[in-house]
Design a binder for this molecule. Structure first.
Ligand SMILES: [Zn+2]
Length: 173
């Protein structure tokens, strides 16, 4: 009995040591995976607005679902220079790439084209007495911003996008 007890204790100890050394290893490389984990990439879209409310912050809900606009020069990606892909903050759909981002001076992140034709949809927007083209996520229809025809070469377009509608994925280039 004593020997069996010792063996049990020893295997328990080995298990604990393995667990501890594994977590130390994980801890040492934790910076990048933790950042990737914080991205919101949905496998399944919420069925209704109530479910959207549960997963989005108040500001995200206001901009993505109620077509709000963040105040200029306040968004976290306005001056962002890191390379990566910009995903929809609502669902994780790939929208823009950092190599098409430019400083428009408007106070909102600006891109001269979407990552793919299937990234965004463009809709006529006549609100506030203006004729504008609204840009929405092609997957979840979340409001992103507007597109204007005063952008730089090669497209001449300026996709003027709320930072709140975006999440930068620096893992993917
Ligand atoms: Zn989306």
């Amino acid at each position: 009995m004593y020997i069996i007890g010792m063996m049990k204790a020893a295997s328990f100890l080995i298990l604990v040591m393995c667990t501890v050394s594994y977590s130390c290893k994980a801890g040492a490389n934790a910076v990048e995976p933790a950042a990737a984990k914080s991205l919101r990439i949905l496998d399944k879209l919420p069925d209704n607005e109530n479910d959207w409310k549960k997963i989005l912050t108040d500001q995200e809900y206001n901009i993505l679902r109620e077509k709000g606009t963040e105040r200029p020069f306040t968004g976290q990606y306005n001056k962002e220079k890191r390379s990566g892909i910009y995903r929809c903050a609502g669902c994780g759909h790939i929208l823009f790439t950092s190599d098409t981002k430019f400083d428009s001076g408007t106070g909102w992140p600006s891109f001269y084209r979407p990552a793919k034709n299937s990234s965004v949809r463009e809709l006529q927007d006549n609100s506030y007495g203006m004729n504008r083209i609204e840009v929405v996520c092609a997957r979840c229809s979340g409001h992103l911003g507007h597109v204007f025809d005063d952008g730089p070469a090669p497209t001449g377009l300026r996709y003027c996008i709320n930072s709140v509608s975006l999440q930068l994925d620096t893992q993917k280039k």
